[in-house]
Design a protein around this ligand. Sequence first.
Ligand code: GSH
Length: 205
Amino acid sequence: MKLYGYPTSGHTHKAQLFLSLLKLDFEFVNVDLLSGEHKQASFLALNPFGQVPVLVDGEDVIADSNAILVYLARTYDPTGQWLPEDPMKHARVEQFLSTAAHRLAGSAALLRAANLFSRTVNKPALLESAHLLFSQLNDYLQGKDWLVDERVTIADVAFYTYTKVAPEGDVDLSGYPSILSWLNNVEALDGFVDMPSSGVGLRAS
Ligand SMILES: N[C@@H](CCC(=O)N[C@@H](CS)C(=O)NCC(=O)O)C(=O)O
């Protein structure tokens, strides 16, 4: 398998993390976002939306981090643990995939990107959105180890990366003890791989 991505991309890390948790071998192909490689014809042939990550598995080409998680779970996890067949459990996983793609990517991830790439954003509004999401998530996680049911699923992988690096966008997670404990649960999984700190925001050295 080949994973097309960019090293500081949290969406790329989600795919890397799940490949590693499933103990699957893959080659990382660096797509240079800064020089616009993702908007060139050869990459657009893989993903017409011009974004990383993209996974190529033989003849199959899967773009979008959550789509990659779903594909890998259905293809390489015969136990069904990571994406349960049960309609109710599957639906609850999808709820978190959507919330990660919408509210998490649309708040904490944008704040981090603003710090990383010196972009102008409406910081007060994005901070408010991020803290609303994290305070709701913190309440939800009280007394729970995982987002869905009693076992780890791709919902946890989908939510992990941009929550972990939220401080790089100046989002302080110290007031959310249930989230911090859940992050530790993910980090204790066999095969876990870290998202290297970018050293910006509250993680500036
Ligand atoms: N919904 C997509 C979002 C992917 C995304 O936003 N990728 C960013 C890097 S983190 C990207 O390729 N940005 C370049 C661009 O949009 O032009 C996913 O989950 O994979």
